[in-house]
Design a protein around this ligand. Structure first.
Ligand SMILES: O=P(O)(O)OP(=O)(O)OP(=O)(O)OC[C@H]1O[C@@H](n2cnc3c(O)ncnc32)[C@H](O)[C@@H]1O
Ligand SMILES: [Mg+2]
Length: 212
């Protein structure tokens, strides 16, 4: 098992500002020195994998190879039941190369309408995140987290990032876009979190983070 040490320098292997912000919050209590792939100007690898885990490994290994530091990556996405699991691993590029997340959310909504999936029960979805920790020797370990929920339309809230404004987690009346980061994670060492990322993070912490 790969284990980080207190004070160790770790690359957060993402070029997504929203994820980076969340990782900084989640990792803060563990006394690690964090640097992002963007700050180190690391190249963004091509995500050629066919699963979240394959892509998470590609990103973590690319960052550790380019920097010589341990790296933590995240591959994630939104899997919509009424769209047979799409956009899934293609969530970042689903709407097209020059499109933003407003366009991507519209595409999810219109695709569901075309399929006639309008009732709340037909609009179930899950966010999935796979984290991968890699060391410079090329060893890797991955952790998966899922958050179940329903898609709402129109989108609500301007917090979070990506598809957050259209995702209402199960058992809640507000979307991730209407929640603060702390609520979206609802994470503590003794309690399972709410978001996919914080749920994967719990497993990562148990196995890989320094005890405090
Ligand atoms: O690969 P990196 O550099 O980490 O950044 P990315 O944005 O390309 O990330 P992914 O390849 O993992 O694609 C996942 C997409 O799913 C979206 N997504 C993932 N987690 C999310 C979350 O917590 N809230 C909203 N959208 C999320 C996100 O915006 C991404 O565009
Ligand atoms: Mg990506």
């Amino acid at each position: 098992m790969l284990k980080l040490e207190r004070g160790q320098k770790l690359v957060v292997a993402t070029h997504n500002a929203g994820k980076l912000r969340e990782f900084k919050t989640l990792l803060e209590p563990f006394g690690l020195e964090l640097v992002s792939a963007g700050e180190l100007d690391l190249p963004e690898p091509e995500e050629t994998g066919l699963t979240y885990e394959e892509n998470a490994k590609i990103k973590a290994l690319a960052a550790t190879t380019a920097s010589g530091l341990w790296a933590l990556s995240d591959d994630s996405g939104l899997s919509v039941d009424g769209l047979d699991g799409d956009p899934g691993i293609y969530s970042a590029r689903w709407a097209g190369p020059d499109k933003n997340f407003d366009d991507a959310m519209v595409k999810v909504h219109t695709s569901l309408m075309e399929k006639g999936a309008m009732a709340p029960g037909q609009r179930t979805a899950a966010f999935v995140a796979v984290l991968c920790l890699a060391n410079p020797a090329g060893e890797t370990v991955c952790f998966e987290g899922r958050a179940e929920g329903t898609l709402v339309w129109p989108p609500r809230g301007n917090q979070g990032f990506g598809y957050d404004p259209m995702f209402q987690p199960k058992g809640h009346m507000r979307t991730f876009g209407e929640m603060s980061e702390a609520e979206k994670h609802s994470w503590s060492k003794d309690k399972i979190g709410l978001s996919h990322r914080s749920r994967a993070f719990s497993e990562f912490v148990k196995d890989c983070c320094p005890d405090d």
